[in-house]
Design a binder for this molecule. Structure first.
Ligand SMILES: Nc1ncnc2c1ncn2[C@@H]1O[C@H](COP(=O)(O)OP(=O)(O)OP(=O)(O)O)[C@@H](O)[C@H]1O
Length: 578
């Protein structure tokens, strides 16, 4: 809570004006029962009728002042709450952006979304409303209690004693409700996550005719949600009438005891009237106590989750004196590199020297470590042992942003934003002109199909590129990478959905137009890797063969086996197309 207050204190002047307004409202509010006492005791009982009209005008004035300052107070606290909400959300989002790939590998997207959404909303509610009400209630309670004791300590003690069970009951009710809200929140996250996954995977569901199963699964979750809400309603049903009853009993008790005191002339009738006004300032804080403590504890839990993320330091970052060149050549060297994601070693003892401008192809069995090998150049993951150098400098000594600005990666899992094709292609180079965009598309063999669309580059594509074929998505993401004109280009199985002819055309364009860039291509077809300057065959975390197409064929090893397998029936295709 203390850390959250730091965000609140950023808006000191608003907080000050809001708090002064709140104190004035509380102050004048406490005058009303006292003025009522004056009307009864002096105005009516003592026959001093001349004070009645001024007091009524005074009460009207107070009501007006309360309304105006009440508005100011509400507005300013809401403003502060919204600002804290905005600041925290921005900071959290910005901080998450700094995390390395490894963090996201182990993170559930739904969970992260609820940190950014639900948990920050909880804090917003607490700051904008709960905390203010909490402070307000304490002041009302303390000031009214003092005034009541000042008016008559005996009646005040009795009233206070009657109030305590209301607070006790309210806390018990909210403790039970609190537990239920926790379960409802977990269940909501589960339902949202199931709905999101089902909608994202709707094609798979339909392809496997699993609609009924998915619907039943969802109905079951929704039923559990309904049951949890009904259990909450039951708690409210049980406690609420009891709280109402206690409130009414305390009011009646106060009138009976107070009336008795009036009859015995221990207090005046006006004092009893004032009591019945002030007593609400005790009843409401007691009734609110439960849900306010619950709100504050929920805020505590949400703050902890949020600050756990904000306090997490990213494992991959630039050193303070990091190397920050204007541009890079693209020479790459691996020296005795060993790598593992967790404990299991994925790559061992990798040694490679790749001069800038080289075209390097990687082949091998699935899971052999090809993608992992290339992820270390841009420090998406760090080596466990050894070093990876770019232009002779250890990548760990580079300024991370500079290093990554000089690289372009097209990953296996094509991702396109729900936006226009143009904006998707310009994602890595927003300053690019349309001529440059067209040129990148020409090289990536996607210009014709984009221009043939009704809205051309302005065509909106759905989430993850829905509405496009797999090959179209791959070519758009290659165009996006090319537009960055980076000296290091990595195509990680990025042409797998293209037909052989288009793939050949695209790679030929790349070789011609990006001859200076160091280019890596992971592919499974001989046709895609055949013209590379260096082919690496990776197996079980090691480079088992390395050389040009001809050298590897002569070696008659793994690469040769793949070649034979792919071309045993296609000798004619090889001579024609490749
Ligand atoms: N983020 C990750 N966390 C943990 N293990 C991983 C992660 N990514 C890959 N692996 C594991 O590391 C090994 C190498 O994976 P990698 O993706 O580098 O292989 P690959 O040769 O590119 O495979 P493919 O051709 O199927 O894409 C595999 O055993 C894989 O299960």
């Amino acid at each position: 809570m203390v850390r959250i207050l730091k965000y609140v204190f950023k808006h000191k002047s608003m907080l000050l004006i809001g708090s002064i307004s709140m104190l004035i409202v509380i102050g004048v509010d406490h005058l009303i029962p006292y003025l009522q006492k004056l009307i009864v005791d002096d105005g009516i009982k003592n026959g001093n009728s001349s004070i009645i009209v001024p007091i009524i005008i005074g009460i009207l004035g107070i009501t007006l002042l309360k309304a105006v300052l009440g508005y100011v107070k509400e507005y300013l606290y809401d403003y502060i709450g919204a600002k804290v909400h905005q600041d925290l959300k921005n900071e959290l989002f910005h901080h998450i952006q700094k995390f390395e790939f490894k963090y996201f590998d182990g993170m559930n997207t739904g969970e992260l979304m609820s940190r950014i959404g639900e948990d920050i909303e909880n804090i917003w509610q607490t700051i904008g409303f709960g905390l203010r009400l909490f402070v307000e209630n304490i002041i009302y309670f303390v000031v009214s209690t003092i005034i009541l004791f000042f008016l008559d300590w005996k009646l005040a003690s009795i009233c206070l004693a009657i109030m305590i069970p209301i607070g006790f009951m309210a806390v018990r009710m909210n403790r039970q409700l609190g537990k239920g809200y926790g379960n409802i929140s977990d269940q909501t996250a589960e339902i949202n996550s199931a709905a999101q996954q089902n909608i994202a995977g709707v094609r798979l569901v339909k392809a496997f005719a699993r609609e009924k199963h998915e619907t039943l699964k969802f109905l079951k979750m929704n039923r559990a949600y309904y049951d949890l809400n009904m259990a909450q309603a039951k708690t409210i049903r049980t406690y609420f009438p009891q709280i109402e009853l206690l409130t009414n009993i305390s009011l009646v008790a106060m009138i009976i005891v107070g009336g008795y005191f009036v009859l015995k002339n221990e207090i005046s009738l006006g004092t009893l009237v004032a009591f019945s006004g002030y007593i609400w300032n005790l009843i409401w804080p007691m009734r609110n106590l439960g849900w306010l403590t619950d709100l504050l504890s929920r805020n505590q839990a949400s703050s902890k989750k949020i600050f756990d993320i904000l306090d997490r330091k990213t494992e991959i970052f630039s050193k303070s004196d990091a190397y920050s060149p204007d541009g890079i050549e693209g020479d790459i060297e691996y020296k005795n590199v060993t790598f593992s994601y967790n404990d299991e070693v994925v790559l061992r003892n990798i040694n490679l020297t790749i001069p800038s401008g080289s075209k390097v192809a990687l082949m091998g069995t699935t899971g052999a470590g090809k993608s992992s090998l290339l992820h270390m150049i841009g420090r998406y993951y760090d080596v466990k042992e050894g070093e990876v150098k770019v232009d002779g400098v250890n990548v760990k000594d580079f300024h991370l942003k500079k290093l990554r600005q000089n690289m372009s990666l097209v990953s296996q899992d094509t991702f396109l934003f729900s936006d226009t094709i143009e904006n998707n292609i310009k994602f890595g180079n927003t300053e690019a002109t349309m001529d440059e965009v067209r040129e990148a598309c020409r090289i990536a063999c996607c210009l014709d199909f984009i221009e043939n669309l009704e809205d051309g580059f302005k065509t909106e594509i759905g989430e993850r590129g829905i509405g496009l074929s797999g090959g179209q998505k791959q070519r758009i993401s290659i165009a996006r990478a090319l537009l960055r004109k980076a000296p290091i280009l990595i195509l990680d199985d990025a042409t797998s959905a293209l037909d052989m002819e288009t793939e050949y055309e695209l790679l030929k364009n790349l070789n011609n137009r990006f001859s200076d860039s160091t280019m890596f291509i992971i592919a499974h077809r001989i046709s895609a890797v055949k013209n590379a300057d260096m082919i690496l065959y990776v197996e079980d975390g090691e480079i088992v063969e390395q050389g040009t197409h001809q050298q590897l064929l002569q070696l008659k090893g793994k690469y040769f086996d793949v070649y034979q397998e792919q071309f045993k029936d296609f000798e004619t295709v090889e001579s024609g197309v490749i």
